[in-house]
Design a protein around this ligand. Sequence first.
Ligand SMILES: [Zn+2]
Length: 307
Amino acid sequence: MKFIPNLLIILLLSLFGSASALAAKLAIVIDDFGYRQHNEEQIIALSPNITIAVLPHSPNATKIATLAHSRGNDVIIHLPMAPLGKQPLEVNTLFPSMDEQQISKIITGAVSRVPYAVGVNNHMGSLMTGDAIGMQRVMKILANYPFFFLDSKTIGRTQVKQAAKIYNIPVITRDIFLDDQQIDSAIARQFDLAVNLARKNGMAIAIGHPHPQTVNVLKSKLATLPADIQLVKARHLAFSATQPSSIDHPSSAPLPNHPLPVHQQPVESKVTLEIIFEKYRQRWQQVIAIYQGEVQKPEAPKSKAHK
Ligand SMILES: [Zn+2]
């Protein structure tokens, strides 16, 4: 009766495998990197699945992007865009009045200052992202790169999705800001909101900043992340999932066919019930075959998949 423990192990493995496939996906992006090295290094140390958004003209832009990349974190360009208000602006903030040439020059400069970038999100931008023509100019230039765009959604009537669609750039939208209030309990509440939203919609995207309070809360929340929640890179959501339309403008458009180098192609695909049932069917056939002694227990793959 030796097969019984084997059978149990295989069934348990099946259940665990499916649980991670079914887990709700949570992406955490931390903005404004490049100014506060100590806090930023703490955030990078928390998890390689946290996405790091670097301000191109910050003093440490290239250094922190390189460090984040070396630790396995995805880096995105935190592209400064004009706000409606009178906040102090970053160097080379994009304005709707800029022509294509000016925008191209700024984006090219940002790409060279933030190495290893796989995407872009907007810093501020309540004026710029609300401007259809301005955003079309931005997307036209960004289409030269294998980037996705994360709309930080600093204004309700954002034009990001519509402009990106013209150039087949994958877009995802921020659901929750973690640290509008820099108080541990408030940040913890926002984190829990993001978790609940992920459970409801299958995915959620939260944006925070390298404040000490945010570091504290992330440290404890990520150490005790519920088993049904999987922390993922924002890129994986951009290239593999269709974000629920309840959050933003409805879009039933198919995923954009955006050219990507092989190493950046999506590693996750949308999980459907059919895929799960098929996986179970195949696993069950293996179990029966092992029990009947027809085949050896399948070996683990010899080499790891490309990352
Ligand atoms: Zn910002």
